[in-house]
Design a protein around this ligand. Structure first.
Ligand code: SF4
Length: 419
């Protein structure tokens, strides 16, 4: 979602006469769009600030920090990084151009975080996109779930959905421009049409009718996945066979502390239904290890879940406390070394599972949307299941081809284009 927000901000700046610089030394403005979902992401943004400070000393570069970190720390950022010129929260992205104009005219540092209420008008301004084949399309913002570790509801506000016609117009225009795939984005994408039961399914049906080659969506919460949605995924020919469904923990105790509103057996039922309805579909997840109160027994439940479910891949992270969240008040009682050890154990189990699952595709065909040629002469693309596939043979970029898989790696597959 942040990537899409960055594209959107850049599009607006370009449409107002700004140009992109080839490097920060030649720039008069640098905007760091931050994510604060994990400490690591935040830390990267702060390191980048240090780097830009040196350039600012040389050329007077103005430095602006936007996104969730801006909202999470507000004036503290101007105090800790006095060379920052602007701190604008996600709610201010709509007024970005005005804020930047003020910044240049007043020459004073500014803090503006506001309150997240409306939704950005994604169809206005210049519609800059980084990619040529896949386009991100935001369909909703915010979240009402309040998972205890997560900062999103505090910095992105409550759930708000875009008008369906606005979304459909954007996708029609993307198709006309030659885009082959859309990724429907939302912090809680399946809640689209807040309060409107099956609002997301209706949207999927309408997007499917546009006829764009592929439709993906993320991120899903298990509480919003029902049989109707799984059947729609199967029946709608353009919807990809991939479900990213964060599990977070295999322990019911930890799931309760996380305020995830399901227990492992609910999740297992969902996975069974998904696999029954879409047998060739893939499923991926997010896991947090070392959450406050996670005993060895709780951690073993997560390992049990990984072994039981056999995800195609998983993002596995060490817990880091986030400001303003409920879990920030819990005792962070799993030590750093123990978190690291648990992370490594879970990662190595998942690596083995990912590899074994990829091996099953050898000598089978996958439909691959070819994106670009790599330095070794392979086309890099993705299958409907969201597997990265490197394919040998001749074809055009942006077309879907059948690829016969002949090699499996942990994170990708290789094969020959056959038709
Ligand atoms: S559902 Fe996702 S975005 Fe919402 S609070 Fe939970 S983790 Fe955060």
């Amino acid at each position: 979602m942040n990537e899409r927000d960055s594209e959107w901000m850049l599009g607006h700046l370009l449409s107002c006469g700004w140009e992109t610089a080839d490097n920060p030394q030649n720039a008069s403005l640098a905007i760091i769009n931050t994510c604060s979902v994990r400490y690591h992401a935040e830390h990267k943004a702060f390191s980048l600030l240090g780097f830009l400070r040196k350039i600012k000393n040389e050329n007077g570069l103005k430095i602006v920090l936007t996104g969730c970190t801006a909202d999470a720390y507000k004036e503290k950022l101007l105090k800790d990084f006095p060379y920052l010129d602007g701190v604008f929260g996600p709610a201010e992205e709509k007024e970005l151009i005005e804020r930047i104009d003020e910044l240049f005219s007043s020459n004073k540092s500014m803090l503006s975080v506001g309150k997240q209420t409306g939704i950005k008008c994604f169809n206005s301004g210049s519609d800059y996109r980084k990619e040529k084949i896949t386009a991100f399309v935001s369909i909703m913002e915010g979240c009402d779930n309040f998972c205890s570790y997560c900062i999103v509801p505090y910095v992105r506000g409550r759930e708000r959905s875009r008008e369906t016609n606005d979304i459909l117009d954007e996708i029609h225009a993307l198709k006309e421009k030659g885009y082959k795939e859309v990724m429907l984005l939302g912090q809680n994408v399946n809640s689209y049409g807040v309060g409107n039961k099956n609002g997301f399914i209706k949207l999927l049906e309408e997007v499917n009718a546009i006829g764009i080659e592929r439709i993906r969506f993320m991120t899903s919460h298990p509480k919003d996945i029902n049989l109707d949605l799984l059947k729609a995924m199967k029946d709608l020919e353009h919807v990809c066979e991939h479900l990213h469904l964060p599990l977070q923990s295999g322990s019911d105790k930890i799931l309760r502390l996380m305020n995830r509103k399901y227990i492992l057996s609910d999740y297992l039922k969902l996975v069974n239904n998904y696999r029954k309805i879409i047998p060739s579909g893939s499923i991926t997840t997010d896991i947090i290890v070392g959450f406050p109160g996670e005993s060895t027994k709780d951690f073993k439940r997560t390992l049990f879940a990984l072994n039981q479910i056999k995800f195609d891949s998983a993002f596995i992270f060490k817990y880091s406390p986030r400001p303003n969240t409920a879990a920030n008040g819990f005792v962070d009682d799993v030590g750093r070394k123990e978190k690291e050890a648990r992370n490594l154990i879970a990662l190595s189990i998942q690596k083995e599972i990912s590899f074994r699952k990829k091996m099953k595709w050898i000598d089978k065909n996958l439909e691959v949307l070819l994106e670009r040629k790599d330095s070794e002469g392979f086309y890099k693309g993705r299958s409907s299941q969201n597997f990265t596939v490197h394919a040998k043979g001749s074809a055009l970029e942006g077309v879907v081809k059948n690829v016969r898989i002949n090699e499996a790696r942990i994170n990708s597959l290789r094969g020959e284009i056959i038709e």
